[in-house]
Design a protein around this ligand. Sequence first.
Ligand code: TXA
Ligand code: MG
Length: 327
Amino acid sequence: STASASTRRLSGDPAGIAEAARLLRAGRLVAFPTETVYGLGADATDPEAVARIFAAKERPRFNPLIAHLPDPAAARRQGRFDAFAEALAAAFWPGPLTLVVPATAETTVCDLARAGLPSVALRVPGNPLARDLLQAFGRPLAGPSANRSGRVSPTCADHVLADLDGRIAALLDGGATRVGVESTVVACLGGWPRLLRPGGITRAALAAVLGQEPETAAEADAARPAGPGLLASHYAPRARVRLDATALEPGEAALLFGGARPDGLGQARAVRDLSPGGDLAEAAAQLFGALRALDASGAPCIAVSPIPESGLGEAIRDRLTRAAAPR
Ligand code: TXA
Ligand code: MG
């Protein structure tokens, strides 16, 4: 069974890292910090361990997972890198970038982790605890975000336990994550690179390396066809979410940006400003925690102030649009 009596909280000292690696080698689940969000780690080479991820998350289907590696050399052993992939890896690894590349005959990432696809998603995270863990573990680590399916991604240890306590063997506690939204996913599968998911690396930063913007493609196109609305409502708090709100309805909670003062703010059930000074990096780091806090207020709806579409605003708006999607 995937359930354990309770989840152990491990610190990032050498003993904690060694214990986390031991549990992973035994096929157990261990949540770990990255610079984006916490991951739900399992041995990517072991289909039984990977299956436990889907059970713990209550994922309705076997989506392909990201394999985390300690360094670019280890990643290159798992997939075939064209010139675009090489350039992006050189520019952004370690960091919040995931590359989807053709799997090679030598890949040890199991079919279940790849959802049977001929490609593999690879990421070298920059968080020092994640890198220590990957070094100690010595195998690719499958890691979707460490939340129950359909819930908001976790940006601190308490968020992980709120969703998964008792369902995972251990949690490596690395404090709050720095970036706060997931990695940017880019497919380099021949032809021009395609942006599958906006994230911690902006479109402009990708364009600066590639010489031109990546094509935009839906995650669902590149992975497998998903049921209608399934991916659309991926990042959902319990409350409804209303975007680009300039006035509040009675009883709503307010998610502000840049010191916005929507009409009716005085009556708000709860209020959070993602960045009073209008800094999109700060807003990304605060996003999922703020959604959780406003959800906990019991408000039936979260009204979100307008957020710019530039830079990290693209990833923030992407997550909020999904949270606002009908379910
Ligand atoms: O920041 C992150 O990326 C976090 C941390 C923990 O690393 N992980 C994460 O994993 O967000 P997950 O499973 O929530 O998202 C994985 C994304 C999905 O959009 C999935 O469709 C895509 O990567 N993906 C994985 N393998 C793929 C493949 N072979 N082809 C296309 N898309 C793939
Ligand atoms: Mg996720």
